[in-house]
Write a protein that binds this ligand. Structure first.
Ligand code: 5RP
Length: 229
């Protein structure tokens, strides 16, 4: 079970309201999503009657334990909704994601969905993306130091993510560079430039893709941000 945080609990409870029996959904990665999955199991003790595409091996394992029916993304299937967490959220529903190292599959799940609902704690709301969390950039392992040099033409810092001193390898077999975002400048342009860098697979900027953001507060209330409002 994930540890109990009142803000996360509030957001996850609100996210559960976006799931209906019979749906085909996408589930991202991180504590807020995992809590939403646990709440779904509590609501439907026989096993949630939804089919789900999972964005990380860890989420897939939890989904299996909780009785979710697993599906693959086959290029034709459209998910009713994708539910995922975030590391930062701005006022335009822009996100930084990838703290849990699953940003690549998470983006693929989000792009397969009709709607994208973000479940997060209100403390993740920022004025400008990058102010409190580095931007993860997923790069191929081969020649990664050269890719890092090219990324450093675009951002002031880019550090290889390690775990216990060993370079992290993502579910898709890549490394991550945790990058400091510049305090000024157009983030859409920066995102496009990072994406176009040789050796980069994907980055954790999710701009213009979230439809709704549910921000749980410590008092149990939820701020709901919607695209276009
Ligand atoms: C994983 C992610 C997560 O959604 C993000 O790190 C938030 O996780 P948590 O809910 O545990 O704070 O992007 O790649």
């Amino acid at each position: 079970m994930s540890e109990n945080d009142p803000s996360r609990e509030a957001a996850a409870t609100a996210a559960l309201e976006r799931i209906e029996p019979g749906m085909t959904i996408g589930l991202g990665s991180g504590r807020a999503v995992w809590r939403t999955m646990e709440l779904a199991r509590e609501r439907w003790p026989e096993g949630p009657s939804v089919r789900a595409a999972f964005a990380s091996d860890r989420t897939a394992e939890l989904g299996r334990q909780l009785g979710f029916a697993a599906i693959e993304l086959n290029g034709e299937r459209v998910l009713d909704v994708a539910i995922d967490g975030a590391d930062e959220v701005d006022g335009d529903l822009g996100l930084v994601k990838g703290g849990g190292a699953a940003l690549l599959r998470e983006k693929l799940v989000v792009y397969a969905a009709e709607r994208f609902v973000v479940v997060a704690e209100a403390r993740k709301r920022v004025e400008r993306l990058g102010q409190s969390f580095p931007l993860p950039v997923e790069v191929v392992r081969f020649g990664w130091p050269g890719t890092r040099r090219r990324v450093l033409d675009l951002v002031p810092e880019a550090e290889l993510r390690t775990v216990d001193g060993v370079p992290l390898v993502t579910d898709e077999g890549h490394h991550l560079l945790d990058c400091k975002l510049p305090a000024e400048g157009d983030l859409h342009e920066l995102a496009a430039a990072i994406k176009a860098t040789v050796g980069v697979v994907e980055h954790g900027l999710f701009l213009g893709v979230a439809d709704e953001v549910l921000l749980g507060r410590p008092d149990g209330t939820v701020e709901e941000l919607r695209r276009g409002s």
